[in-house]
Design a protein around this ligand. Structure first.
Ligand SMILES: Nc1ncnc2c1ncn2[C@@H]1O[C@H](COP(=O)(O)OP(=O)(O)OP(=O)(O)O)[C@@H](O)[C@H]1O
Length: 715
C-alpha cells in the first residue's frame, strides 16, 4: 500500500512539454520539418488562443502527399479532429490502459481549460515505468538489507543469488565469497541442500550452530506459474534470546528460592515496588493479614494494608531500619521497614513484621533495658570512686550561646542556688554540673545520682542511706546515702524527670528542711548540699500533666542553663572531633592521628541526634578502623558516610555566619582548592562515584563539575 501510493504519478510528470506551436495556416512542409526535427509522432494544432483544434500525424501527411497534395499547401484539410486527448492531471496508469484500449501510442495533453500542454507517447510512459520500477527496486533492496531476519535467495540449484547484511553477519560470510556458491558450503548440516537437485519443498524450522551462534533456519521454496525457480532461506539468531531465557530461568529459580526461604520464616514479609504495589509476600504475611494472595499481590499496599504505612518508606527522607511497634488488623506487631535501592534510586521497600512470640521479644527488650540501667548505675558509682575533676574550661566550644552559658555557670558556681541543666542527651549537662562544682570551691564531693537507673526498691536507701540493722542483709554499721556523701558538696541529680512522684515528695522535704533520717534510723542528719539537676525531658509539660511536682520544679528552676544540641552549633563539630581524637589517641596509644578534611566535612554535615556522646562514639569506632595516621571518610560509620543531605539546605555548619572561626570556612579560607577538592570527593563518595548526581548534590552544572574535576585533577 505504502509503495503503491508512493508511485502514484500524473501525466504532467512525464509528458513532453516542448511542442512547437502549429496552426492550421502552417504548410505540410512545416509539419514535415517538425516531425523530422523533434521526433514527435503527433503534432497538436491550436488556434490563436492556444485552444486545441486537432492533431496532425505522419500518416495524415503521407495520405495527403499520396493524394498529390502540394507540400506548400496549408495543413487545414488534413487535421484529424477526433484525436485522442488526455489531461495533465490524469493518472498515468489509467492513461496507459486507456491508450492500450484505444490502440494508440501517443496522445495530446490538455490543461484543464483545454489549452495544449504537450504530448505523451509510449517512450514517456516507459520512462515513467522505469523510474517507478527503479524506486521499487531501491526500496525493496534497502528493506531486504535492513531486515533483522537473515535472508539468502537461492537459484533452483541451491546456489546463492543474493544475501542480506543480517544473513552475512549471522553466517559469518562475505558477499563476494558467497554469491554463486552452493548453500551447503555454509550450512553443511542442511542435508537437503547437499545434492544439486532442486529443492522443491519447504523445509521446516531447524536449529543449527555456526561459530557459536545459535540459529533458527527455515527454507521456503519459490515457484511461479508452477515452475520452480529457487527459494529463500530465512535465518533468525537465537543467541541473545537464549541468553535472556537463561537469565530469566536463573531469576525465576532465585525467586522460587527466595519465596521458599521467606515461607520458612515465622515473620511476615511484604515487598512493595516504587509505585507502592505489593510485589512479593510470604505465607506468614497472608496468615498475619488474614487475606488471600489475590487480595494482596499486585495491589496497592495503601489499600490492602493501610495501617502499615509502608508507602511512606518510599519517600526520600525515610531513614529506615527502625523497629516500630504497630497494631495491624487488631494485632500487635513490630515492623521493620528497609528501603531497596537500585543504582542509588529507591525502587521499593521491604517490611518485616514480627507478630509471633512477641512476649519473647518483650522479655529480651526488658532484659536489655534493665542491663542498660544497671550499667548506667554502676558507671555513676564508679564516678564516685575515681571521677576526675572537671573544669568549665574543659567544655570545648566556639559557639557564642554556649560560651555565654559557660560564663554564666562560672558566675553562679560560687552561689548556693540550685541549678537546672536542660538539653538533649549527650549535650554535656554532666560536664557543666561537674564544672560548676569544681568552680564552686565547695569542700565536699560531687556526687552523681542517675535517677533513671535506680531500681525502685533502692530509691530511699540510695538517697538517705540506712541505719545499722535496718533490714536483713544490711551492712553492719549502716550505709550513708547520697545526701550524706554530698554534704558540703554537690548532689547531681541526672535524669531528674525520671524520679518517681513519691521520691519527689521526699526530695522536696529535704531541700526545704535540709535534714532527714536514714532508713530504719531515728537520728536526724543535717546536710548542706547544693543540688544540680539535669534532664532531657520537658519538665514544664510534665508539670502540666502532673507527672512532675510543681513545687519541686520551682525549687530546682532557679538557675537554668539550656544547652543547645550539637546540630545547632555545628561549627563546634570539627573542634570537638579534633579534641576527642586527641584524647582517644592518647588513651589508645595511637600517636598523632589527623582527621582528613572530607571527614571533618562529613562530621559537620551530620545531624548528631546523640550529640557529643554520639560524636565520641563515632570517632572511637573510626579510630579502631584506621591503619595509618590519617582518619579518612571510609573509617567513619556507614550512616555518616552515606547520610542523606537535604540538597536545598546549606550544611548546618554554614548556617551561622557570626562566628569568627567557623570550621567549614577554615576549609575554604585556608585552602580554597583543597576545600573544593574535599567537597567534590565527599560529594562523589555520597553518590558512589556518580558524577551527574554529585554535580546535582553540589548544585552546579555538569559542565562546571567536569571543569572542576579537571582543574583539581580529580579523575
Ligand atoms: N562541649 C563539650 N566539650 C567536650 N566534651 C563534651 C562537650 N559536651 C559533651 N562532651 C562530652 O560528651 C559526652 C556526653 O556528655 P555528658 O554526659 O555531659 O552529656 P549529658 O547531656 O549529661 O548526657 P545525658 O543526658 O545522656 O546524661 C561526655 O563524654 C562529655 O565529656
Amino acid at each position: 500500500m505504502l509503495i503503491k501510493n508512493s508511485f502514484t504519478q500524473t501525466v504532467s510528470n512525464y509528458m513532453n512539454r516542448h511542442v512547437p506551436k502549429l496552426t492550421d495556416q502552417h504548410t505540410i512542409l512545416d509539419a514535415v520539418k517538425i516531425f523530422r526535427k523533434d521526433k514527435i509522432w503527433i503534432l497538436p494544432v491550436m488556434d490563436e488562443q492556444n485552444l486545441f483544434v486537432g492533431a496532425l500525424t505522419p500518416s495524415a501527411i503521407f495520405k495527403a502527399l499520396s493524394e498529390n497534395a502540394s507540400i506548400d499547401e496549408p495543413i487545414l484539410p488534413y487535421i484529424i479532429k477526433n484525436t485522442i486527448t488526455v489531461y495533465e492531471t490524469d493518472d498515468l496508469t489509467e492513461v496507459r490502459s486507456f491508450l492500450l484500449e484505444k490502440q494508440v501510442g501517443q496522445a495530446v495533453v490538455l490543461s484543464a481549460d483545454n489549452r495544449v500542454s504537450g504530448v505523451l507517447d509510449t517512450k514517456n510512459i516507459i520512462q515513467a515505468y522505469k523510474t517507478r520500477s527503479d524506486t521499487y527496486g531501491y526500496s525493496l533492496e534497502s528493506l531486504f538489507q535492513h531486515m533483522q531476519t537473515g535472508i539468502l535467495a537461492l537459484d533452483y540449484k541451491g546456489r546463492i543469488l543474493v544475501a542480506n547484511h543480517a544473513a552475512e553477519s549471522m553466517c559469518n560470510i562475505k558477499r563476494d565469497y558467497s554469491i554463486g556458491h552452493h548453500f551447503s558450503e555454509i550450512f553443511p548440516d542442511l542435508i537437503e541442500f547437499k545434492s544439486d537437485n532442486p529443492q522443491m519443498t519447504d523445509i521446516p524450522l531447524q536449529r543449527i550452530t555456526i561459530d557459536h551462534k545459535k540459529l533458527l533456519v527455515k527454507y521456503k521454496s519459490l515457484s511461479r506459474e508452477s515452475k520452480y525457480w529457487g527459494g529463500i532461506i530465512l535465518i533468525s539468531d537465537l543467541t541473545d534470546y537464549e541468553e535472556i531465557a537463561k537469565e530469566l530461568e536463573i531469576t525465576k529459580r532465585l525467586e522460587r528460592t527466595l519465596q521458599t526461604v521467606l515461607n520458612t520464616t515465622n515473620d511476615a514479609y511484604i515487598v512493595i515496588d516504587q509505585t507502592g504495589k505489593i510485589d512479593m509476600i510470604n505465607e506468614a504475611a497472608m496468615d498475619f493479614t488474614k487475606k488471600p494472595k489475590q487480595q494482596l499481590l499486585g495491589r496497592s499496599v495503601k489499600l490492602a494494608i493501610p495501617e502499615i504505612h509502608l508507602e511512606e518508606a518510599l519517600n526520600d527522607d525515610f531513614q529506615g531500619e527502625k523497629l516500630e511497634a504497630m497494631i495491624i488488623e487488631k494485632r500487635k506487631c513490630l515492623v521493620q521497614k528497609t528501603p531497596i535501592f537500585k543504582d542509588h534510586q529507591r525502587v521499593g521497600t521491604i517490611a518485616k513484621i514480627i507478630y509471633k512470640d512477641l512476649n519473647k521479644w518483650k522479655s529480651v527488650i526488658k532484659t536489655l533495658t534493665d542491663l542498660e540501667k544497671e550499667v548506667s548505675f554502676y558507671r555513676g558509682e564508679l564516678s564516685l570512686i575515681g571521677g576526675t575533676p572537671f573544669d568549665l574550661d574543659d567544655i570545648i566550644t566556639q559557639d557564642p550561646e554556649l560560651k555565654k552559658l559557660k560564663h554564666f555557670a562560672r558566675q553562679s558556681a560560687s552561689g548556693f542556688s540550685n541549678v537546672l541543666l536542660l538539653g538533649e542527651s549527650g549535650t554535656g549537662k554532666e560536664l557543666f554540673a561537674r564544672g560548676i562544682h569544681n568552680a564552686s570551691h565547695r569542700t565536699g564531693k560531687f556526687i552523681k545520682v542517675n535517677c533513671a537507673a535506680i531500681p525502685e526498691e533502692l530509691w530511699e536507701s540510695e538517697f538517705f542511706g540506712y541505719a545499722d540493722g535496718a533490714f536483713t542483709g544490711a551492712k553492719k554499721g549502716g550505709k550513708p546515702g547520697k545526701f550524706e556523701l554530698a554534704h558540703n558538696g554537690t548532689l547531681f541529680l541526672d535524669e531528674i524527670g525520671d524520679m518517681p512522684l513519691l521520691m519527689q515528695v521526699k526530695l522536696l522535704r529535704v531541700l526545704q528542711e535540709k535534714e532527714f533520717e536514714r532508713v530504719g534510723g531515728n537520728e536526724t542528719i543535717n546536710v548542706n548540699v547544693r543540688i544540680i539537676a539535669a534532664t532531657n525531658k520537658n519538665l514544664t509539660e510534665m508539670v502540666a500533666k502532673n507527672e512532675f511536682r510543681e513545687d519541686l520544679f520551682y525549687r530546682l528552676n532557679v538557675i537554668v542553663l539550656n544547652i543547645p544540641p550539637l546540630r545547632e552549633r555545628a561549627h563546634d563539630i570539627p573542634l570537638l572531633a579534633k579534641s576527642i581524637t586527641k584524647k582517644l589517641c592518647h588513651l589508645m596509644g595511637l600517636g598523632n592521628v589527623h582527621l582528613s578534611k572530607t571527614v571533618l566535612m562529613a562530621l559537620s554535615m551530620y545531624q548528631w541526634p546523640g550529640n557529643v556522646r554520639e560524636l565520641e562514639n563515632a570517632v572511637e569506632r573510626a579510630l579502631n578502623a584506621i591503619e595509618s595516621d590519617v582518619l579518612e571518610i571510609e573509617h567513619l560509620p556507614e550512616y555518616i558516610q552515606k547520610q542523606k543531605i537535604n540538597q536545598s539546605s546549606e550544611p548546618p555548619a554554614l548556617k551561622k555566619t557570626n562566628v569568627e572561626q567557623v570550621s567549614i570556612s577554615d576549609f575554604y579560607k585556608l585552602n580554597m582548592d583543597n576545600a573544593e577538592k574535599d567537597t567534590i570527593t565527599f560529594a562523589l563518595n555520597q553518590t558512589n562515584g556518580n558524577r551527574t548526581a554529585a554535580a546535582k548534590l553540589l548544585g552546579i552544572s555538569r559542565s562546571q563539575f567536569y571543569k572542576k574535576l579537571r582543574k583539581l585533577d580529580i579523575l
